[in-house]
Design a protein around this ligand. Sequence first.
Ligand code: PRP
Ligand code: MN
Ligand code: MG
Length: 182
Amino acid sequence: EKDLGADLHEVLITKDEIDSRLAELAGEIDARYEGQDLLIVGVLKGAVMVMADLARALATPVTMDWMAISSYGAGTQSSGVVRILKDLDTDIKDKHVLIVEDIIDSGLTLSWLLANLGSREPASLEIVTLLRKPDAAKVDIDVRWVGFDIPNEFVVGYGLDYAEKYRNLPFVGTLAPHVYGG
Ligand code: PRP
Ligand code: MN
Ligand code: MG
């Protein structure tokens, strides 16, 4: 494993734990979409790792598209202000769409995205997220598949960043408070 250095507090979820949970979720997703065309939509940039690994764990043939939206900027708090940096390339009307996220924190990002994509009249619209922080929720979101519920601590790795760093860690870890001034 990579050197944690002084910036990380501890490993919260190991690579092996992520792999086996994604395999379980993939089985459930395969069962849900059997015989149907499925578009998976990754939310850049955090969901890159989940998209790549989940897509390869699926037996269902999928097409893949990406949206880039941002609510955090460089800080650790969700602002609730969502900007589209890159929209989908494809029309999702009458398609089965599965949004793939790395984490639901306040829920503001996905709440906005659900409304936005829902207005495009997909045949179905579901969410899979690797992580969710129940204690940080500001809005209730109906999430079909959750990898892990985690405590309300600042986490990085496996796609998740702090000020754009740590995304390439193969595990999910907690950040030492001194890094973000906590
Ligand atoms: C992070 C994370 C989720 C969102 C969750 O993305 O990847 O998309 O915040 O927070 P919320 O539930 O409080 O809205 P971010 O906006 O930091 O962009 P990034 O994926 O490029 O890091
Ligand atoms: Mn994100
Ligand atoms: Mg971020």
